[in-house]
Design a protein around this ligand. Structure first.
Ligand SMILES: Cc1ncc(COP(=O)(O)O)c(C=O)c1O
Length: 302
């Protein structure tokens, strides 16, 4: 095997536990609510945010085998998997949604994947949708020509990833009453909720439209822990039109938050979660004296 020994992840010097910072924001203070930022975006310069917690457990056991994973044209997960492959000395293959992209110049996100050594394989949307089906997956693995691969699902949410997020809840411990996280696949929420101590709860803000996540989080916990764990809920009102969609109100909010607090606000996930917290505080959703922890799961690209 080349590169870093995958078992010696400390060589990558992750900043763990990630910092927990209080921010002074009059809009929260007025309602008697404290806001803390759980800075997972500072864990590692390349395996940012929940990517360290979710990917490292799968890749640490890869033992030099190639890693095959999946994502869209701007996937944070694909970029993180490519970077992890380079850092850990593992070959990576990214199966990308959208056959038509094969004939276009690579966008900056996919170009970064390639620069990190990831081999890209473009597939049409219908094949992509069926990628978890065993026959489709076997055909895909034949097409990318890798034997004995570690297959990591889209968004990285396998049981190892969910268990990897337990530490996020444990680090927050008694510091916050409610821990909020933006949700794509729900894997981070599933692990966070399970890792929180009794009496604390997790709040998920889905960035996709559709309201399907409840069952997904349950299934992820079932697979990772054998049953439901922790207290969690979802608030489906803050997707702003769907994945990677935005609204003028969300843009203005994110820009203002950056100026107020000097935090680079990742727009696809983190902005929606912070926006939701302020809206909920203004609705009076949290009793006075509540401490909120907002998990900063990523940072803007590039
Ligand atoms: C920055 C960021 N935050 C949150 C998430 C959501 O994580 P999950 O898919 O575990 O719900 C992602 C997923 O890719 C992400 O990139």
């Amino acid at each position: 095997m080349t590169g870093t020994d995958t078992r010696d992840l400390t060589a990558l010097e992750p900043r763990l536990p990630s910092p927990l910072q209080e921010v002074a924001d009059g809009r929260f203070e007025r309602h008697g609510v404290r806001l803390l930022l759980k800075r997972d975006d500072l864990i590692h310069p390349e395996l940012v945010g929940n990517k360290w917690r979710k990917l490292v457990p799968s890749l640490a056991t890869a033992g030099g085998r190639p890693v095959v994973t999946f994502g869209g044209a701007y996937s944070n997960h694909l970029r993180a998997a490519a970077a992890a492959g380079r850092l850990l000395g593992l070959p990576t293959v990214g199966v990308v949604r959208g056959q038509e992209l094969a004939d276009l110049p690579l966008n900056p996100s996919l170009a970064r994947c390639v620069a990190d050594g990831m081999r890209l394989h473009f597939v049409d949307r219908s094949t992509y949708r069926r990628k978890a089906d065993p026959e489709t997956l076997a055909a895909l693995l034949r097409a990318v020509d890798v034997a004995d691969a570690v297959v990591v699902p889209e968004g990285g949410s396998n049981a190892e990833a969910v268990r990897g997020c337990l530490a996020l809840g444990a680090e927050l411990g008694e510091h916050a009453d409610v821990a909020a996280v933006a949700c794509g696949t729900g894997g981070t929420l599933a692990g966070l909720a399970a890792g929180l101590p009794r009496g604390r709860r997790a709040l998920g803000i889905p960035v996709l439209k559709g309201g399907f996540l409840d069952g997904d989080v349950r299934r992820l916990q079932e697979r990772a822990f054998g049953g439901p764990r922790g207290a969690w809920s979802l608030d489906d009102r803050f997707h702003h039109g769907g994945y990677a969609r935005t609204t003028p109100a969300l843009d203005a909010f994110a820009e203002d938050f950056e100026h107020r607090h000097g935090l680079p606000v990742e727009r696809v996930y983190v902005a929606k979660m912070l926006y939701a917290l302020l809206a909920l505080v203004q609705e009076g959703a949290f009793p006075r004296g509540t401490t909120l922890a907002a998990v900063v799961t990523g940072r803007p690209f590039p």
